[in-house]
Ligand binder design. Structure first.
Ligand code: AHR
Length: 339
C-alpha cells in the first residue's frame, strides 16, 4: 500500500521518472505509475546524500542502499556533491515525484524551512539522518536518527583531561599551557558544531589547555594534509591534535611523517569515525584515541521510513550505538570495521 501519493498526469510522471532515474544508484529502482502498484510492493524513499567526501560517507550510503534492497524498498538516490542547493533541488524532485518518504542528510543546519514546508504540504514525511537541522517549526520533519556529535566532542575532551592529568600542576607552577590544534569538519554542519562544542565544554574549566589553531578541513583527507603542512610550519609547540574525522587525520599523519615527526608520540592525536585505517593507526601508536561515529545506520533508517510510510509516529530523536577506542585498550579485540 502506497501512502500519500496523489494523482498526477502520466506524461508528467514519465518525464520526472526519466529525470530521476538518471541519478538512481544501487537498487536500480524505477518509479512505477501508482496504478501499477500492487499490494506488497515496496515503498519509495527519496534519499538525498551530501556526497562522498570520506570513507565514512561512502559506507553510510552503502548501508542505506543495501538495507533498501533487503527490505524491497525502492530508493531514489541523489548525491548532492557537497552543495546545499543540490540537496534542495533533489528534495523538490522527490516531492514532485511523490515519493512515500524523504530521507536526507543535511549538509548544514540552516536553510531548510521552505523546502520542508513544501514536503509537509505535499503530505510527504521527512526523516533527517546523520546531521541535525535548525527549523522554526519542528513539525517540518518527523524525526532524526544519527550520531551524537556533542557526546563525541565531550569524549575527546575527557580523553585529553585523562591523558594530561599533570598538566594543571605544571600550569600552576610554570604557566605552561598544553597546546591544542583542532581540525573541524564542514562549516555550519551540526556535527562540526557539536564536536567543537562538546570538546570546549569539557575543557572550559581547565585553563591549562588552550586551542592555538582551529580550521575547517571539510572532512577531507587532502585538506587535512594541507592544513597540517600549514600549522606544523606555524607552531613548533603543538601537544594535541583533535581532528573531527579520520580522513583529515590520515592527511595529518602523512604531513607529520614527511617532516620526520612521530604521530601519536610527538603529538597526541584524537580522531573521530573509526574507519579501519584509523584503527590500524591506533594499533601502530600513531593515533591515541579513536571515537566512533557509526555510519551503518541503513537498516534503522529504512525501518523508520517504512513506519512513516505506514502513517506511524517515530521517535523524535534516536542516537545510534557508538564506542570509544583508547590506546590503552586491548586492541586485538576490535572487530574488522568493514570500511
Ligand atoms: O556527518 C558525519 C561526518 O561526515 C563524519 O565524521 C565524516 O567522516 C563525514 O564525512
Amino acid at each position: 500500500m502506497i501512502h500519500g501519493r496523489k494523482h498526477i498526469s502520466t506524461q508528467f510522471r514519465i518525464i520526472l521518472c526519466i529525470l530521476i532515474t538518471c541519478c538512481l544508484v544501487g537498487c536500480g529502482a524505477q518509479k512505477k505509475k501508482s496504478s501499477q502498484f500492487e499490494e506488497g510492493d515496496g515503498i519509495i524513499v527519496g534519499f538525498s546524500q551530501i556526497g562522498a567526501e570520506s570513507a565514512w560517507r561512502t559506507c553510510n550510503t552503502r548501508s542505506v542502499q543495501e538495507a533498501a534492497v533487503q527490505r524491497g524498498v525502492q530508493l531514489v538516490y541523489d548525491n548532492a556533491e557537497q552543495k546545499q542547493e543540490n540537496q534542495i533541488k533533489a528534495l523538490r524532485s522527490f516531492i514532485a515525484y511523490q515519493v512515500d518518504v524523504i530521507v536526507f542528510v543535511p549538509i548544514v543546519t540552516g536553510g531548510w524551512d521552505n523546502v520542508l514546508q513544501e514536503a509537509k504540504d505535499a503530505g510527504i514525511p521527512v526523516l533527517v539522518t546523520d546531521r541535525k537541522i535548525d527549523v522554526a517549526d519542528p513539525s517540518l520533519y518527523a524525526g532524526f536518527i544519527g550520531t551524537d556529535s556533542l557526546k563525541e566532542g565531550r569524549n575527546a575532551g575527557l580523553f585529553v583531561l585523562n591523558k594530561f592529568k599533570n598538566a594543571r600542576e605544571r600550569f600552576d607552577d610554570t604557566g605552561e599551557h598544553v597546546n591544542i590544534v583542532e581540525l573541524f569538519g564542514t562549516e555550519g554542519s551540526s556535527v562540526a558544531l557539536g564536536r567543537a562544542e562538546g570538546f570546549r565544554e569539557v575543557l572550559q574549566t581547565h585553563p591549562e589547555f588552550r586551542i592555538i589553531y582551529s580550521e575547517s578541513g571539510d572532512f577531507l583527507r587532502s585538506r587535512g594534509y594541507e592544513l597540517a603542512v600549514e600549522f606544523l610550519e606555524m607552531h613548533e609547540d603543538i601537544d594535541i591534535i583533535f581532528s573531527h574525522n579520520d580522513g583529515m587525520t590520515l592527511g595529518v599523519i602523512e604531513a607529520m611523517e614527511e617532516r620526520g615527526l612521530a604521530p601519536g608520540t610527538d603529538i597526541v592525536i584524537i580522531t573521530i569515525d573509526a574507519q579501519q585505517a584509523a584503527i590500524d593507526a591506533l594499533r601502530e601508536g600513531k593515533v591515541n584515541c579513536v571515537i566512533e561515529c557509526n555510519p551503518k545506520t541503513g537498516p534503522e533508517i529504512i525501518k523508520l521510513a517504512e513506519r512513516l510510510a505506514a502513517g506511524e509516529k517515530i521517535p523524535r530523536l534516536q542516537y545510534v550505538h557508538e564506542e570509544v577506542f583508547y590506546e590503552t585498550d586491548d586492541l586485538s579485540l576490535i572487530e574488522p570495521r568493514g570500511y
